[in-house]
Write a protein that binds this ligand. Structure first.
Ligand code: FUC
Length: 765
């Protein structure tokens, strides 16, 4: 691998926040601007949210619920929505946002005219660097966010001694709390995020070599130092009883170590995750391209240039961002991961449950980062507690419900006043499927028993009470919405609130599939399982409408916005598995028509929407359309630092785009593996290693001239492998060719593998 592979590179300091490079350890995040006379490192800590809990436990009477349902059934949408807005929404409407921790500002003397300036973010070791020269002196800055030592570390070095004269300060404008000096090398910034809000403390400590350091007023004043290491820690009352003490202890333990020790520990920890997957696709002028600033490459790409390297970088950047924003013990990646510079960020920078939070985790399992999925599960378990109350209060139902948004407090009430989104009772159900997926990829039965099944069961229990019978004797959800679209009823009335949106039926179908299988594996709840299976039977199945499309609602309504960004009714195609294209050609065709129709009306205009579309095309096996979607995503929906753009910055597109690249190379839904199922002409040869597949398999692939050359499957547990392929395949374990062991039926090869066994697959020439 070339030294510039998997690196973001710029030849100037960041002018805007979305030019800066993100680093993070899951809990602490920073944006490194790389200025020479003044460096700004914008800081985040994942639990800094304004204010406290806002859920009011709003209660809805049984009569009101029936009234809203009847209004919907009789087509009086306006009145139904009015009653829902009056009686179901939380008071107050909005919860408070995720906010920045502040800024670390370093003002350097005599560093105005740098030469040979370069800043980079190396995805292979998660080190951000700034290099430049002034006169004959080389300067280097390295910035890391260490998960091991729970600190952001900045190391300044130069090729000559005593080069550093600088002042460093912490600020949180315009909500500055208290800044105090603790000793000549240490500052602390403390405050509270509003009345009853989270209390925070951040410590800045300087460890210098040569020269002097004094703490004066708001500053650490450093003169004549040969090298400087800044240690930045932060803690809040969300996790600590004494945040200042906790932050200081962490800073002190870092200060007892050398920078090299901190750096090596960070790299070892990070590499253990990152290096599990490597993806290489040869492309022309590779060395040359990699010397060009990333933003310049992006510009060329946006003007039509071919740059496979940028696509590869985007894939690994997705993995980098997940490792940096979602680690054991942290909160899950929110709408901006962990990186947010605004005190009033878009959508509160919260957790949106009608696509965005789920999309953030689409590469967790496939990209061999299953540990990074854990923060989501931690949040969900807290949501179940709140969601049981919400289920009871609003719907008189058992089990747990979550709607379209949640926050640091795992609240599940109906927040915000945006009718097309908020009355959606399926957020918790969709999230529960992530736990089932974690089991499917790992085979971890203890996880299934202790964590996944209890959540799945509570999600099902809710729908068991909540679903109602429609006039076709089917079980449907309602009131609900098809996120966040509006339909036109036969009367001409427009509305969002409805009974039985297709997405709900599809998510509930998948939920029941997961819960019944999990219960069987655990040998639990056999009576309930009987009921759940008959519930599943009675759910409406995907239907084809008048345009040949998958119907979005239970009736074949027209949509008010046919190019709408949400394509919720294709959940069954991706990430769901109710539509398996190769077994269901008619539904696959209808899914294709749905996508074409959305796109012809201007769909795919937000980053995450385009990313979802790319995943749909990959599932449909349409390699060229999937590739076009990836191109569109990079051309229209990423910032100069490759952050996804809604607009504004929203991180889901990074993860969703990376997921689509995975789905183009490997699929494992519907109980079978498929290698290179949507390989585009633009990637004729290449190799990938370390991808994960359902069933507990790690997959390496090599291909040439658009054809598989070799695949390797390593089983992380005993189990059956099924591979769908039109090719004649040869299977070997060690030197032994498997022949008798292989069963082949309609292009599906099946055989048993043992834990740690590695099987090599080639084509009969
Ligand atoms: C959903 C989307 C919006 C945006 C928001 C955060 O509501 O419809 O496009 O991504 O989440």
């Amino acid at each position: 691998m070339n030294k510039y592979d998997n690196k973001l590179l710029e030849l100037e300091p960041a002018a805007a926040w979305t030019d800066a490079f993100p680093i993070g350890n899951g809990r602490l995040g920073a944006m490194v601007f790389g200025g020479t006379s003044s460096e700004r490192i914008q800081l985040n800590e994942d639990s800094i949210w304004f204010g406290g809990k806002k859920g009011s436990g709003r209660k809805l009477s049984k009569d009101k619920l029936s009234e809203i349902r009847s209004l919907l059934q009789s087509g009086n949408l306006r009145e139904a929505e009015k009653q829902a807005m009056l009686h179901m929404t939380n008071t107050p409407h909005y919860f408070s946002p995720y906010q920045p921790l502040g800024d670390l500002v370093i003002q350097f003397e005599n560093m105005d005219d740098p030469e040979q300036y370069e800043r980079s973010l190396d995805l292979t070791n998660a080190v951000a660097t700034v290099d430049y020269q002034i006169k004959d002196v080389r300067f280097r800055r390295e910035v890391i966010a260490s998960a091991v030592h729970q600190a952001i570390i900045i190391k300044l070095t130069a090729s000559e001694e005593q080069q550093f004269n600088l002042m460093a300060r912490l600020s949180r404008r315009p909500f500055e709390g208290i800044v105090e000096t603790l000793d000549e090398h240490t500052l602390i910034m403390k405050g509270q995020c509003g009345p009853d809000g989270i209390e925070y403390a951040s410590v800045l400590k300087a460890v210098i070599e040569g020269g002097s350091c004094k703490a004066v007023g708001n500053y650490l004043d450093i003169e004549g130092a040969t090298s400087v290491m800044f240690i930045l820690t932060a803690q809040t009352s969300f996790r600590q009883t004494n945040p200042p003490q906790a932050a200081l202890e962490e800073a002190n333990s870092c200060a007892a170590l050398l920078y090299e020790q901190l750096k090596q520990a960070h790299i070892a920890d990070y590499e253990a995750l990152y290096q599990r997957v490597s993806l290489e696709i040869p492309y022309s002028n590779r060395e040359g391209m990699q010397q060009i600033a990333t933003s310049q490459r992006l510009k060329q790409y946006q003007n039509g240039a071919v740059d496979t390297g940028l696509e590869l970088l985007f894939y690994q950047y997705g993995r980098y961002l997940l490792i940096s924003s979602s680690r054991n013990g942290s909160l899950p990646a929110n709408l901006q991961g962990i990186w947010n510079e605004s005190f009033t960020p878009p959508w509160e920078s919260d957790f949106h449950l009608n696509i965005n939070l789920q999309m953030n985790y689409w590469i967790a399992e496939t990209g061999n980062l299953a540990e990074c999925h854990t923060p989501l599960f931690d949040l969900m378990e807290r949501m179940v507690e709140n969601g049981k109350e919400t289920a009871r209060d609003l719907y008189g139902a058992d089990g747990f419900v979550a709607h379209s948004v949640t926050n640091i407090w795992a609240e599940t009430d109906i927040f915000t006043a945006w009718a097309p989104a908020i009355y959606w009772p399926t957020g918790g159900a969709w999230l529960s499927l992530h736990m089932w997926e974690h089991y499917r990829y790992s085979g971890d039965i203890a996880f299934l028993q202790k964590r996944a099944y209890p959540v799945l069961k509570q999600a099902v229990l809710f729908f068991q009470d909540f679903l109602m019978e429609n006039n076709k004797r089917q079980l449907v959800s309602g009131p609900s919405v098809s996120p966040e679209n509006t339909y036109i009823a036969p009367s001409g009335q427009k509305g969002s609130l409805c009974i039985g949106p297709s997405m709900d039926s599809q998510v509930i179908y998948s939920l029941l599939e997961a819960a019944t299988k999990a219960a069987a594996l655990l040998n639990e709840d056999s009576e309930l399982v009987e009921q759940w299976l008959s519930m599943q039977e009675r759910l409406p199945k995907p239907q084809i409408g008048k345009y040949g499309q998958i119907m979005e609602w239970s009736e074949d309504y027209d949509e008010a916005e046919p190019g709408h960004r949400h394509i919720s009714h294709l959940f069954a195609l991706y990430p769901g598995e109710q539509i398996v294209p190769r077994h269901m050609p008619e539904l696959a065709q209808a899914a294709r028509t749905t996508l074409e129709r959305r796109l012809s009306f201007g769909g795919g205009h937000t980053g995450w929407s385009q990313a979802w579309i790319a995943n749909f095309w990959a599932r449909l096996g349409d390699s060229e359309k999937a590739y076009t979607s990836i191109r569109q995503l990079l051309e229209h929906a990423v910032h100069r630092n490759l952050f996804g753009d809604h607009p504004p910055f929203q991180i889901d597109a990074n993860f969703g785009g990376a997921s689509a690249i995975h789905e183009m190379l490997l699929q494992s839904h519907g109980d079978e593996l498929q290698f290179l199922p949507a390989l585009p002409k633009a990637w004729p040869s290449g190799k990938v290693s370390g991808l994960r597949a359902r069933g507990g398999f790690t997959i390496n692939l090599e291909w040439d001239k658009e054809k598989l050359q070799k695949a390797q499957i390593t089983a992380t547990k005993d189990g059956q492998v099924s591979i769908f392929s039109h090719e004649q395949l040869v299977f070997k374990v060690g030197d032994e060719t498997l022949q008798a062991q292989i069963c082949k039926k309609s292009d599906v090869y099946s055989f048993q593998m043992k834990e740690n066994e590695c099987c090599t697959i080639t084509l009969i020439p």
